[in-house]
Design a protein around this ligand. Structure first.
Ligand code: PEP
Ligand code: MG
Length: 586
């Protein structure tokens, strides 16, 4: 019997393929024999994982506050005892040392041995403690799941004939960096929302994805043939042969449409009434520049530098960052490159950073982005020096994330000056007139944009966070994903106000949130006066097609009317009418 599940669709595409279910940590672990010289590093890796779990457990205990319930307290105590038990840790180390098993394999063997002993116990309460041992083992395994682990699992599956759709409970942004190196037709996850960073990365691959699908893992088994319809946000399964051939046909139509877009590469990004629009690319890593250039971008509008900091145990230093930034600047050959300073925190986890406390109650509102950078001056200065040095090779702009008001921009600019002084002392070249801009993604910054004008050289509207903070919806929380709405009048008015404020002061303003690449919203943004869009490279040509098919003067009038509407549903139907009219031949 065919079934359909719903979630939040990412991108506009259709994929049919075999489900590859990203299994829980214990099933897909690498098992291999170590060479003699690999034993010591493996022991170190294992001990580091045990140390992390130890810290996690004490963190959990502290998080319980003064009076943890007796039950929870006993459970945490028991898990801490298990973690110290030589039967688990020392015996695993023995297996690594003497049997030359890799750490995961050694630990799993030990788990089996310990579980067998538990099975012999008569007392049912004690017998059930086996589950605690398993939980601790899972924690250690997770702590050991570095890049190599996941990479290996994925490669094993991708050695197959391709045609896979990745199905998972969740894919963290750092895991996505690994997964993007492999071939998939699309992604589906149980968690996530339209602007969760996982979704953003899926979009950057130009692949259809559906996130926030309840009941996904209960419904889909490994190798099931499934269909993703990302525009509608649906996942379909148990299809008969007839349905499968219909979807195959539709998949071919999407592929043809994608190919037809190539014709737009050589055409100018200019409206019917002659207004030029800059189409910039968002990138996460230097390698993304290739596709951005291929799609004819006018520059890099957002380089999310935090991705250089993920999936590693030590932070990239000034030199390494300089290499990465200057590689992008050189590849862009004179086109602007806007590099955002570290925007770590919340769901963009950088494990090598210490955030000073284990887990804030509200990560999105905690010390992250510019707040964190200002609290870590050495780290911030080394990043600024790397960006400044890259500015000797082209047009670099520095973008400060999560600015809430002038004081952060003033402090950030002081740090830029300090970084310049450091470089002068060393005789290193940089552009002393470098532009420093602010992300407008916290409502206070948009509302009080006039106060920021004097402290920034340009602005970039980050609608993903602007929507999260204005509508009070956690972008990572599936249960509120349906409330995400870029057409909410409050959002439109904040964007309008920001663009007007910047225009009045003659400051360049762009928009780099997911709205910029959504072709249903292109005419809305053009009508609001936006002339610089920054998006995933895979979306540039689609947006260009719409720009070339729009008359900006008439859009300004139409969109002016939408701004006065009292609710999102009315804005939506008004915008639908504008889009439909633009498509009608005169
Ligand atoms: C945004 O918030 O809109 C944005 C572009 O930044 P990020 O998605 O990385 O938070
Ligand atoms: Mg943001």
């Amino acid at each position: 019997m065919a079934w359909t599940l719903s979630g939040v669709g990412i991108g506009d595409g259709l994929a049919m393929g075999k489900a590859w279910v990203l299994a829980s940590a214990r099933l897909d672990l690498p098992r291999r024999r170590l060479e003699a010289d690999q034993v010591e590093p493996e022991l170190k890796r294992f001990r580091e994982a045990v140390r992390i779990v130890n810290k996690e457990l004490s963190g959990l205990k502290e998080a319980m506050g003064q009076e943890p319930s007796a039950e929870v307290s006993a459970l945490l105590e028991l898990q801490a005892i298990i973690l110290r038990d030589p039967l688990l840790v020392a015996a695993t180390e023995q297996r690594i040392q003497h049997d030359r098993c890799n750490a995961e394999w050694g630990l799993l063997q030990q788990l089996e041995a310990v579980s067998a002993q538990f099975d012999e116990i008569e007392d049912p309460y004690l017998r059930e403690r086996k589950a605690d041992v398993q939980q601790i083992v899972d924690r250690i395994l997770r702590a050991m799941q570095g890049e190599a682990g996941l990479d290996e699992v994925v490669r094993k599956n991708n050695d197959d004939d391709g045609g896979w759709i990745l199905v998972a409970k969740d894919i963290s942004p750092s895991d996505m960096l690994i997964l993007r190196r492999h071939r998939f037709l699309g992604f589906v996850t149980e968690t996530g929302s339209a602007t969760s960073h996982t979704a953003i990365l899926a979009r950057s691959l130009g692949l259809p994805a559906v996130v926030g699908v309840s009941g996904l893992l209960n419904q889909i088994a490994q190798n099931d043939i499934i269909v993703l319809k990302s525009k509608e946000g649906s996942v379909l399964g148990a299809l008969n042969a007839e349905d499968q051939s219909v979807y195959k046909g539709q998949q071919a139509v999407y592929a043809d449409d994608l190919r037809a877009l190539d014709d737009f590469k050589q055409l100018a990004s200019c409206s019917l009434d002659g207004v030029s629009v800059l189409l910039m690319a968002n990138i996460d890593l230097p390698n993304d520049v290739q596709i951005a250039l291929d799609r004819g971008c006018d520059g890099i509008g957002l380089f999310r530098s935090e991705f250089l900091f993920m999936n590693r145990s030590s932070l990239p230093g000034e030199e390494e960052q300089f290499q990465a930034y200057s590689a992008v600047v050189k590849a862009m050959a004179g086109r602007p490159v806007t590099i955002r300073t570290l925007d770590a925190g919340a769901d963009k986890e950088v494990s090598a950073l210490s955030f000073g406390h284990d887990k804030p109650a509200n990560p999105a509102l905690a010390s992250r982005a510019i707040r964190y950078s200002l609290q870590s001056p050495d780290l911030f200065l080394s990043q600024l020096r790397a960006m400044l040095r890259a500015s000797a090779f082209g047009q670099v702009k520095i973008l400060i994330p999560m600015v809430s008001g002038p004081s952060e921009m003033i402090s950030a600019r002081e740090m830029v000056q300090q970084a310049m002084t450091n470089l002068r002392a060393k005789g290193l070249a940089f552009n002393p007139k470098i532009s420093v801009g602010a992300m407008i993604e916290v409502p206070s910054a948009a509302i009080a944009i006039d106060g920021l004008i004097a402290h920034m050289d340009f602005a970039s509207i980050g609608t993903n966070d602007l929507i999260q903070y204005t509508l009070a919806i956690d972008r990572t929380d599936r249960s509120v994903a349906h409330l995400y709405n870029p057409l909410h009048p409050a959002i439109l008015r904040l964007i309008d106000q920001t663009i007007r404020g910047c225009n009045r002061a003659n400051l360049p303003v762009s928009l780099c949130g997911e709205m910029a690449g959504d072709t249903d919203l292109t005419r809305l943004l053009l009508g609001l006066g936006l002339r610089e869009f920054s998006m995933h490279a895979t979306e540039i040509l689609k947006v260009k097609r719409v720009v070339r098919d729009s008359s900006v003067a008439s859009l300004s009038r139409g969109v002016g009317r939408l701004l006065k509407l009292p609710d999102a549903a009315l804005v939506k139907s008004g915008l639908n009418a504008i889009n439909a009219k633009a498509l009608r031949p005169d």
